[in-house]
Structures are given as C-alpha cells and as structure tokens.
Write a protein that binds this ligand. Structure first.
Ligand code: UD1
Ligand code: UDP
Length: 376
C-alpha cells in the first residue's frame, strides 16, 4: 500500500487538491489517503472543507490574525516535521505556491520523504511578483521528486531550470476537475437564493476579487478607485466584491468602496455561490490565480489587475488581459467589455488552455503506476 500525505492550508489549495484526494480514495486499498491541513486560512478553508465534506486527519489550526510570513513558515515547518516523522508517508503531496506549500515540501525534505507537486512550474521570473509565491514555487521545485505542471508552458519552465524531464508530467489544472464535479449544481438557480439574494437582476454584474501582497498600499487603492469610477459612471452596473479576509485588503477596500449604492462588499462566498457568480458575471476583474483559470472554463473574459502573470496562456489566447493597477487602463478595458467588445462565451471556452477535467486521474496514475498519457 502506498501512503500519501496531502498537505494544504489555504482556500485555493483546498479547491485544487480535493479532486486529487477523492481520486486517491477511489484507489484504496492500493493507496492510503491521509489529509493534513495547516489551516493557514481558517474560515476560508473551512468553507471549502464543509462544501466537499472533507474531514482532515490532522488539523494544525495555525492561522493567526494578520500573521507574518516568517512566523507562519517557522510554525508550519516545526509542526509538519513532527507530523511527517510520525505518519511516515511514502509521499507528501502539495499544491501551488503558498507558505504552506513551500514549508510542507521543506519539512518533507528534512524527513527524507518524497514530494509530489501539483500545479508545478508556474513562473513570472520576477522574484517579487507575486510575492512571496514566485520564490515559494521555485524552492518547492528544487525539493520536489515528481512535478505535475498543468500546461506545457509550465513544463518548459521546469526544463529551463534543469529539472529532469523524466520527473515531469503535464496534467492540466485540477481546478477544471473541481469545476466539472460541481457543474450539475450550477444549473440549479434556487441553490444560490440565500447567499446572492442582494443581486439586482436588471443590472449587469462586475465580479471582483483581489488579495496579492505586491499590490497592498497604493496599487490596491488605485484599483479600488477604478472600481468606484466604474460604479459611479454606470448606474446599470452592480459591482460584487467578496472581500478577502486579510486585514491589509479588508480595511482599505471598505474604506474606499464602502457606502456606494451599487457596490456590494461581501464576506468571501462559499465556492458554489462564487462559481455561480462567475457564470452570471458580465465582467470579471481579479488578481486571483484560480479565477484566471476558472473564468475561461465558464466562458468568461478576465481583466487581471497585475503587471505580470504566471498564467500567460490565457493572455496569449486572447481570453484575459493584464491591466495592472492603473485606473485609466482598468476603466477603459472594463468599458470595452461592458460595451460588448469581447469574444463570445463559446469561443472563450474553446480557447481555454488550462485543463480537460482529467488532471487528478493523471496525477494518481503517475503516483501509482509511474506513467500516464499527458494533457496537451
Ligand atoms: C495566502 C497565500 C497566497 C494565496 C492566498 C489565497 C501565502 C504567503 N499567501 O494569502 O499565495 O493566493 O492565500 O487566498 O501563502 N484571514 C482570515 N481568515 C481566513 C484567511 C485569512 O482571517 O480564512 C486573514 C488572517 O488575518 C491572516 C491573513 O488573512 O493572518 C493573511 O492570511 P495568509 O494566508 O497569510 O495570506 P493570504 O493573503 O490569505
Ligand atoms: N473563491 C471562493 N469564494 C470567493 C472568492 C473566490 O470560493 O468569495 C474561490 C475561487 O473560485 C478560486 C479560489 O477561491 O477557486 C481563488 O482563491 P484566491 O483568489 O484567494 O487565491 P489564488 O487562486 O489567487 O491563489
């Protein structure tokens, strides 16, 4: 039996690892799936765990209000070193580029345990953007034994860094698997009545998220000013902004955008309601990695409020645009989309470069059988 310890801590890691854990569980008793959450996020992680009825075997419960990177890293490392020594897994499985991802990989290395990395190889090649994710993922790749890049672009990044081609398997992004698993529920409008009953059906919807550390301060303020201008000049539009719970986001967003009639600042939505809102939205403005991948699966164009993205595939395919944090650029691009100047949903879906819903199956096939037919 192969023992796989899956470790995650934040909302996006949970969303992207749950289909992998479910696939692993389907292979019992050949595989044993053990789940540990660091709970680097608490409420936002629990929303996902509850939705998918995942009960972790270990919950380190490490989130602290306004936590700093160094103490979070140290605390995760110390706890996970002990846990991995106790569980003695054959593999530690991590995803993405958070503090949990890197600390878990490092803890596994200290225990001489093999690491498999889901969503490997994403790069901007700018170590401060995104901060600290670019360095988290580069360092995780140094430690990793099996790399699962979602696309061939990500695979090429790994090869360019001298990583052995035999340890790399292109799988597609597991978020597409997650989306497919909830697709039936997305057609049942009645499920969303309670969480989204504030929506005005006669107004067009601009969905917004934002949380990147490199935007904190003046950039985040400028993005908010752009949203304010869009709302004040377009009465037929409603801006829906589920605000990230990080106080460095929550506080300035409420200060600048609070009290505007057609801007809804809301608590983070449960995943189903959020994806339903992507489906309903006329425009999406975000700096989120996951949303950049989900939107094209649902036929939506995305404005990315960053200067650079580790997901260049969407920009290249013409289904996403980098607009940075400049108010004029954001407003101009937003007005274009609101005026109908964008690709059709079917065309956007056709160009989606991020996956085919089979990523988790490929990952588990490689872990158990050493090979799979790759995503291309
Ligand atoms: C983290 C990840 C980022 C990822 C993002 C997803 C790092 C360094 N950053 O950023 O890569 O894109 O998650 O959302 O790993 N908080 C709560 N409740 C929650 C979650 C957060 O109150 O459920 C607040 C806490 O005050 C916490 C703060 O947000 O201290 C920051 O959380 P943290 O995980 O350190 O950073 P994020 O900005 O969420
Ligand atoms: N998401 C959610 N509720 C929200 C906002 C986002 O469930 O209110 C989901 C979204 O669908 C995506 C993920 O959270 O799958 C993205 O998380 P985030 O933007 O925090 O992190 P990133 O993907 O940038 O690392």
């Amino acid at each position: 039996m192969m023992k796989v310890l899956t470790i995650f801590g934040t909302r996006p890691e949970a969303i992207k690892l749950i289909p992998v854990i479910q696939e692993l569980k389907r292979h019992a008793p050949a595989a044993e799936a053990i789940v540990c959450v660091t709970s680097q996020h608490r409420q936002m992680l629990d929303q996902v765990l509850d939705l998918f009825s995942i009960k972790p075997d270990f919950d380190l419960n490490l989130m602290r209000e306004n936590q700093d990177l160094a103490s979070l890293t140290a605390s995760i490392l110390e706890h996970l070193k002990k846990l991995i020594d106790q569980v003695k897994p054959d593999w530690v499985l991590v995803q993405g580029d958070t503090t949990t991802t890197f600390s878990a990989a490092l803890a596994a290395y200290y225990c001489r345990t093999k690491v498999a990395h889901v969503e490997a190889g994403l790069r901007t090649k700018n170590k401060y953007s995104p901060f600290p994710e670019e360095i988290n993922r580069c360092l995780t790749s140094r430690i990793t034994d099996l790399h699962f890049p979602p696309t061939t672009v990500a695979k090429t990044n790994l090869l360019d860094e001298g990583i052995d081609a035999k340890s790399i398997w292109v799988t597609g992004n597991t978020v597409v698997d997650t989306l497919q698993s909830i697709s039936a529920k997305l057609n049942d409008e009645s499920m969303y009545h309670d969480s989204l009953n504030f929506l005005d059906p006669d107004r067009r919807t601009v969905l917004v998220t934002g949380h990147r550390r490199e935007s904190f301060g003046p950039k985040l303020e400028e993005i908010c000013l752009a949203l304010k201008e869009i709302a004040l000049t377009h009465n037929g539009v409603q801006v829906v902004y589920p605000v990230h719970l990080n106080p460095s986001v929550w506080d300035p967003v409420h200060k600048i955008l609070g009290g505007i009639e057609n801007i809804h600042l809301i608590y983070p939505l449960d995943y189903l309601s959020f994806v339903y809102l992507i489906k309903k939205a006329d425009l999406i403005i975000t700096d989120s990695g996951g949303v950049q991948e989900e939107a094209p699966s649902l036929g939506k164009y995305v404005l990315i409020t960053r200067d650079i993205t580790e997901r260049p595939e969407g920009v290249k395919a013409g289904i996403a645009k980098l607009v940075g944090a400049d108010k004029g650029t954001i407003c101009e691009a937003a007005y274009k989309v609101l005026n109908g100047d964008s690709l059709s949903p079917t065309e956007i879906q056709k160009r989606n470069p991020y996956g085919d819903g089979q990523a988790s199956r490929r990952i588990i096939e490689v872990l158990l059988n050493g090979k799979c037919k790759e995503f291309c």
